[in-house]
Write a protein that binds this ligand. Sequence first.
Ligand code: HEM
Length: 492
Amino acid sequence: MILLLVSVVLVLVLIASWISLVRESKRFNVRGPSPLPLIGNAHLFVVKSSEFMNLLHRLSLKYGDAYRVHLFSQPYVILTHPKYLEELVPSMEHITKGRSYSFLTCWLGQGLLTSTGQRWKSHRKFLTPAFHFNILQNFLPVFCKNQRVLTQKLKGMADGRDVDLFPIVALAALDNVTESIMGVCVDAQKHSKSDYVQSIDELSRIVSMRMQIPILGEDPIFNLLPYKTRQDKALKILHGQTNQVINARRQELKNLNITSLNASDDVGIRNKHAFLDLLLLSEIDGQKIDDESVREEVDTFMFEGHDTTTSGIAYTLYCLSNHRDAQEKIYEELQTIFTDDFHRDPTYHELHQMKYLELVLRESMRLFPPVPMVERRMTRDCEVGGLNFIKGTSVVINIFEIQRNPELFEDPLQFRPERFETSLKHPFSWLAFSAGPRNCIGQKFAMMELKITISEIVKNFIILPSDQAPELSADLILRSQNGVQVKLRPRN
Ligand code: HEM
């Protein structure tokens, strides 16, 4: 009898859920697959991570360049054409991030990437000077020093074997960001097994899994699994390290009797703590930023500033491995810049002279955008760019797909850096650093790091193709299931 009752209740719940999902899906003026009871379209997303981008491509071919899916009860609209972005991307209203970013809040709290509203506005305003030329040029010697370690490492591998660039570059990028943002050297390239380095890796993996496997995105289920304990352990180590660095610098400033950015010429500009000092000494509405918020911003820059550049560097080198002509052009450009001593470090001004390299970076990040998608959440029922959204919809801008659209880029799968010598067909057709008010605040930092790394590698090595093409996978970052492989041969 009880079994019968339970079965009846279950069937009623399933029917109610199905009716509600079908009704909701009809409120969108875009097409999409019919939702199933309870799970919506989540079953479609049970694919290998290397199939994820292909799945999105197939869905856009079937349902158009704006389509809807439901992951459980959560509606998503996926946009694969820039015509829908004209109102959305520049908007100061639709700046709230989508649901996927919620997996990061345990780590980054209300840092710049994940926050919204007034908090985001005021933090964006006070953090913008951190990427001023005066501060960025402090980081140049840091990047060059870490690059020398990377070049030495790669020399030991330049014997024709396959080299998976991703993990090797990731350690160099981690060193670059830790030293420039926190002002401390963790020497990840030499101590890759340190608790801190391992915890960053662990947390990135867990966040990535939660984004790719819909069921792990559900907190009640995730919290029951061993991943939660592993996440807590990694968080304790990461937050502990950030707090320790912040406290040490706060004490130093106190000992030096420095209480504001103007107190000393050196503070905030010409010193290795430039970024941290800005956070510790700036004021918002006459108030210093509290410790927790400083920690959240430091962690945000640590997160955003290393996996992104790793992906950018690894995939650019992959593109170059298949295009020897482009490598030679970069090499020739470098010869015209470094006429006195070819192997010395570049100056900030010389990085700007690397024009062809810049085209190569733009083209590589068009084909392999390090951030393949970004997501906004609609905070009310609204119509934006001709599309109807209901409150709570996550709107995904599929940068990867947009940047490979044949309407916007001729022969889109061809690697052709010269295409960026002429203007774009649509202002939002190249979105590697996104656009509008929530674009990448670190893009100058990133371009500087990318130029230093790629130019040094091209100076020292010929990059040859491996037989293995990367199997693309995506979370917040474009990765590869089988690594990003190239072969290296020393020049000369
Ligand atoms: C090649 C390297 C990079 C790429 C392709 C990239 C791309 C992006 C993109 C697409 C966004 C928008 C994210 C969104 O809308 O959700 C973003 C935001 C952001 N990026 Fe980058 N990024 C790179 C490097 C960096 C670096 C080096 C830093 C810092 C050191 C950084 C810090 C940030 C921050 C803090 C945000 C959030 C900005 C806001 O919402 O106001 N990024 N980045």
